[in-house]
Design a protein around this ligand. Structure first.
Ligand SMILES: [Ca+2]
Ligand SMILES: [Ca+2]
Ligand SMILES: [Ca+2]
Length: 283
């Protein structure tokens, strides 16, 4: 953010990375595939009403007041990031066997619920779990993954705009439907675990599992009062805080917790078996 390519040597670096990017991205039928097989959907920007709009029903205080937010265009991963993609990342950077890197905890590989194991010097998904959403990943690890592949975590505003269907929004309580079972794995149908990504119906933008399956880390700090003072253009969340935002609910949670505007929080170093993330690439 905010990098200014003023000097000619910086321009050269910019050109080099543009050329490298051209080798790592291909476009298929309007859908871009970034490196590490991250499939991207273009989300056209616009203005929307963020927070507790009528179709959401009973909201919590931190979802109020409803306020107008304007966003530019961006790309978002079609699916939650998977165990295979996260294992590739941990191998690419040479993370420690306990899931740390440069002293930061990126993944809780010692947790029995972690679906990536360290075997013979490599991170590998547990058998049968490569296309399941990565879990037991910290906010620090999720952020580092996104940056490693030329992107970033979504802001909370981008996440909510995309979950609502962006400019194609049909104003549903969940991402793509008022009937949660159509679009999500949640407590009522999950059977007590996450499911392979992309196995329910997508939302209006063709993005899968924004409701349920796993919670998704956003870049923002949580602040209960933030919506009352949010900037209108591309809000980045509170400038400081203790907890980071998670969105969308998970396989473990009831429908009311999976609403498109619900906000949840966790310490950025913590990891759980229902917390994962999604990738955003600026345009
Ligand atoms: Ca999700
Ligand atoms: Ca909440
Ligand atoms: Ca854990």
């Amino acid at each position: 953010m905010g990098s200014k390519h003023i000097l000619s040597n910086y321009l050269l670096i910019g050109l080099t990375s543009a050329i490298m990017l051209s080798f790592t991205s291909v476009t298929l039928k309007g859908q871009t595939r970034s490196s590490n097989d991250i499939k991207l959907i273009t989300v056209k920007g616009g203005a929307f009403e963020m927070g507790c709009t009528a179709e959401q029903g009973n909201c919590e205080d931190d979802e109020k007041p409803v306020h107008t937010v304007k966003l530019g265009d961006f790309q978002m991963s079609k699916y939650e990031i998977t165990n295979q993609q996260y294992a590739n990342f941990m191998n690419d950077i040479g993370a420690e066997s306990n899931g740390s890197y440069n002293g930061a905890n990126y993944m809780d590989t010692n947790d029995k619920d972690c679906q990536i194991k360290y075997v013979d010097g490599q991170f590998v998904p547990v058998d049968g779990k490569k296309n399941f959403p990565v879990v037991e990943v910290t906010w620090h690890g999720a952020k580092a993954f996104c940056e490693h592949y030329g992107g970033r975590l979504p802001t909370e505003a981008e996440w909510e705009f995309a979950a609502r269907g962006g400019k194609n929004s049909t104003a549903t309580r969940y991402a793509g439907s008022n009937n949660i079972a159509d679009v999500a794995w949640y407590s009522g149908n999950s059977g007590g675990s996450a499911h392979q990504v992309g196995t329910k119906s997508p939302n209006e933008l063709g993005i899968y599992d924004m409701t349920g399956n796993v919670w998704e880390w956003c870049s923002d700090w949580h602040d209960t009062e933030y919506y009352a003072s949010s900037t209108q253009n591309n809000p980045q969340g509170s400038s400081s805080g203790t907890f980071r935002i998670l969105r969308g609910g998970s396989w473990f949670f009831k429908a009311e917790h999976c609403r498109a505007t619900n906000r949840a929080i966790s310490l950025p170093d913590h990891s759980y078996n229902g917390n994962g993330f999604r990738f955003v690439k600026p345009l």
